[in-house]
Design a protein around this ligand. Structure first.
Ligand SMILES: O=C(CO)[C@H](O)[C@H](O)COP(=O)(O)O
Length: 233
């Protein structure tokens, strides 16, 4: 499959919500079929990676990203939820597997600059994710090095949960950090977790440019209608 062009982040839609499709919520036993079904609606494929320590779940691995890379032309965003001690090795492995954007956690602060240096050297876009209880300001010192900032709206590494009531205020804080950080490149603000029909308008209003769609997209009775609704918000 063709890889996304070099400046794919700058070229993401700016006049509507960007749709990240979470592979975790796909029909995993028929993953290739389900990814083919959503290919034309997904702006980005989102792959969660969790090590059972940093986050309670055990999720996904580089070979899966390499396989997805072979069947999809969509940009692949890997969200790493792993302990400091293995972060650099995981970044390297997911770069080798063909990721287009890798987000580390602000809570990996001790090794964050080393991970961002590695992504820079390997020419892969960098993102940062903030857990729902972590002050958003902690990402400020990294912001100018990032292409994506993602705020979790639920506990880390769970699905099927409702949106935390602080999500809107936290997105507004993150928008300000992006506006004030002095970057001349685009930094996309993303909301991940608790993405439901009644929460997406609120998140959009609060400044989210992209939402990580799980069941809202994969279980939609009509994906075409759901995406028409999302794009019109
Ligand atoms: O990481 C996630 C939630 O934090 C995933 O994006 C998950 O796929 C969401 O699923 P759902 O929207 O069905 O809860």
């Amino acid at each position: 499959m063709t890889r996304p062009e070099k400046n794919w982040i700058a070229n993401l839609p700016a006049n509507r919500l960007i749709a990240e499709f979470s592979v975790w919520s796909a029909e995993l036993v028929r993953l290739g079929d389900d990814l083919a079904r959503v290919e034309s609606f997904a702006d980005i494929l989102h792959v969660d990676v969790a090590d059972g320590h940093f986050a309670p779940a055990m999720l996904f691995f580089p070979d899966l990203v390499a396989s997805v890379r072979r069947v999809s032309s969509r940009p692949i965003h890997v969200h790493l939820m792993v302990a400091d001690s293995i972060l650099l090795s995981q970044v390297e492995q997911f770069i080798d597997a063909g990721s287009d954007l890798i987000s580390i956690h602000v809570e990996n602060e001790a090794v964050a600059n080393a991970a961002l240096d590695l992504l820079d050297r390997r020419n892969v876009a960098a993102g940062m994710v903030i857990k729902v209880d972590t002050p958003v300001e902690r990402a400020a010192k990294f912001a100018s090095r990032l292409s994506f900032i993602t705020l979790l709206g639920t506990a880390i590494g769970v699905k099927g949960h409702g949106l935390d009531e602080r999500a809107g205020t936290r997105l507004q804080q993150a928008s300000k950090i992006i506006a004030d950080c002095g970057a001349t490149h685009r930094i996309v603000l993303a909301a991940d977790g608790g993405i439901r029909e009644h929460t997406v308008p609120v998140l959009r209003q609060a400044g989210a440019e992209t939402v990580v769609l799980g069941s809202l997209a994969f279980n939609a009775p009509s994906l075409e209608e759901r995406m028409g609704w999302l794009h019109a918000l």
